[in-house]
Design a protein around this ligand. Structure first.
Ligand code: 5GP
Ligand code: SF4
Ligand code: MG
Length: 463
């Protein structure tokens, strides 16, 4: 997964991009980058790790200009390396272009092989780079037309922000897998971001989502005022907004696909309580991802909500572990049980998902060791049975526990007294989906909205 952010016609574009990325840090912690443009001159700063660690005051001061694009990366395709950090910048026959991408192209491998066979040289192992090559290869001289031509050759999920010397493009694929919201700042500057929590931090007002199959183009008028226009590059296809954004990925304080994430999360918990009640005394969330659903579960079941697990927000990413290794060290750094609450109690433990099952197993063990009498695990979405090819880093089918084991076998593996998941109908109801569905839920159904290239081809190098 990744976050993207763009700003056009703002005196401190680089700093606004930095703040926009800070607010969206949860979407990717591997690397981050910002490219700004000052009267056609580009500046780029990138690094590995967290946004606030990468961008010092000194680095931000170099990001001059009135337009900027930023990205935080959570590797889904291509290896973990600075060369894959975005935005990717090229100087080609269409000028200098800086591109930030959230999503994953399902035919990048084929296009790349074709381009390499005809002599193209790739600088990264990321799927995003094929878009830049296709733009450069286009015979269209107009940049907008070249972008359209390139996008009509790629398939899969892409929310893009592309900065050229005098324009900023915000683009969503024709199915609208990944979010991309448009906002306006008090001084009239246009901003785009994966999630609206970025707008809240910088004081921008949410206008609308970039519509699937279209691009918003921000440019300066001849009088210097900034305006945007919308251009359609492809017919919209049946919508496939990622439902997992509402289950887990997005921040609960964001609007995603125009809908408050918090509302979805709480509804997921309420419906879960109706479908899967538990004879227990308290409801305990697995923080942070399970918290809003646990609030909903508690409200609906009338069982009290208790902070039985406390999350440390200060654990860094590299730890010095004692040589004599401590059991469940990684999980313990993040979560600690509250014996005062758990001891002797029968507990409903609410979390958003079980992926491999290894973390859940450790958490159940931790809750038991703190004295819980019974542990009833409730998951606020259906079993994750299929990998995502659209930009979420789910593991391969072999590693997805629900692709291989029954619910009861998973219950046994994680060591719970009972385990229940929300139904697929419950999931769609929680996001108030339309009868024809505007969401993708392929990781729960195995029914993908696009033609897929062979799984073996995508393997671990999907982008
Ligand atoms: P597991 O028991 O499968 O090892 O871990 C479950 C935990 O992983 C849950 O608390 C859930 O919030 C978290 N999780 C769910 N989806 C993802 C994901 O796509 N990536 C990561 N890193 N964690 C996830
Ligand atoms: Fe989202 Fe799952 Fe569809 Fe991927 S497969 S886009 S995670 S709903
Ligand atoms: Mg979690």
């Amino acid at each position: 997964m990744c976050a993207i952010f763009g700003v056009y016609n703002h005196a401190e574009a680089g700093t606004e991009a930095y703040l926009g990325l800070c607010a969206q840090q949860h979407r990717g912690q591997e690397s981050a980058g910002i490219v700004s443009c000052n009267n056609g001159v580009f500046h780029a700063e990138k690094g590995m790790g967290h946004v606030a660690d990468i961008f010092s005051k000194r680095k931000l001061a170099k990001l001059l200009g009135t337009a900027a694009v930023g990205h935080t990366r959570y590797a889904t395709a291509g290896e973990t390396a600075l060369k894959n950090a975005q935005p990717l910048t090229v100087d080609c026959n269409k000028g200098v272009l800086a591109l930030a991408h959230n999503g994953n192209l399902t035919n990048a491998h084929e296009i790349r092989s074709r381009l390499e066979a005809s002599g193209s040289i790739f600088q990264t192992t990321s799927d995003t780079e094929v878009i830049l090559h296709l733009i450069a290869h286009s015979r269209e001289s107009d940049l907008t037309a070249a972008i359209s031509e390139a996008l009509n050759q790629v398939e899969g999920a892409y929310s893009l922000i592309l900065l050229s010397g005098n324009r900023l493009y915000a683009i969503r694929d024709p199915r609208g897998f990944r979010p991309l919201a448009h906002g306006v700042m008090p001084d009239g500057a246009h901003v785009v971001a994966s999630e609206t929590c970025a707008f809240d931090l910088i004081g921008a007002r949410y206008e609308n989502d970039v519509r699937p199959g279209t691009m918003l183009i921000a440019a300066l008028d001849s009088d210097g005022a900034g305006g945007v226009k919308e251009e359609r590059f492809a017919e919209a296809l049946p919508p496939a907004a990622c439902i997992f954004e509402h289950v887990y990925f997005s921040r609960p304080d964001s609007l995603v696909f125009g809908r408050p994430v918090y509302r979805s999360r709480e509804a997921l918990g309420r419906l879960l309580a109706r479908e899967a009640p538990a004879a227990a005394e308290i409801v305990v969330p697995v923080p942070d991802s399970g918290t809003a659903a646990a609030i909903g579960y508690s409200a609906e079941s009338k069982l009290p909500f208790k902070w039985g697990l406390i999350r440390s927000h200060y654990a860094g990413r590299t730890f010095i572990e004692p040589e004599q290794s401590i059991r469940d060290f990684g999980v313990k750094l993040k979560l600690n049980p509250v014996r005062e609450i758990l001891e002797g109690r029968s507990v409903v433990l609410v979390d958003d998902s079980i992926v491999r099952g290894t973390t859940s197993k450790k958490i159940v063990r931790m809750v038991r060791e703190a004295g819980a009498r019974e542990v009833h695990v409730r998951i606020s979405c259906p079993p994750t049975i299929s990998p995502c090819y659209y930009g979420v880093d789910t593991p391969t089918r072999d590693e997805l526990i629900a692709a291989n084991l029954s619910v009861d076998a998973i219950r046994e593996f994680i060591g719970a007294d009972s385990l229940q998941y929300l139904s697929l109908d419950g999931l769609h109801a929680a996001v108030e989906d339309s009868p024809t569905s505007r969401f993708c839920s392929a990781c729960y159904t195995g029914e993908y909205p696009t033609n897929l290239v062979q799984e073996s081809q995508i393997g671990r190098c999907r982008g």
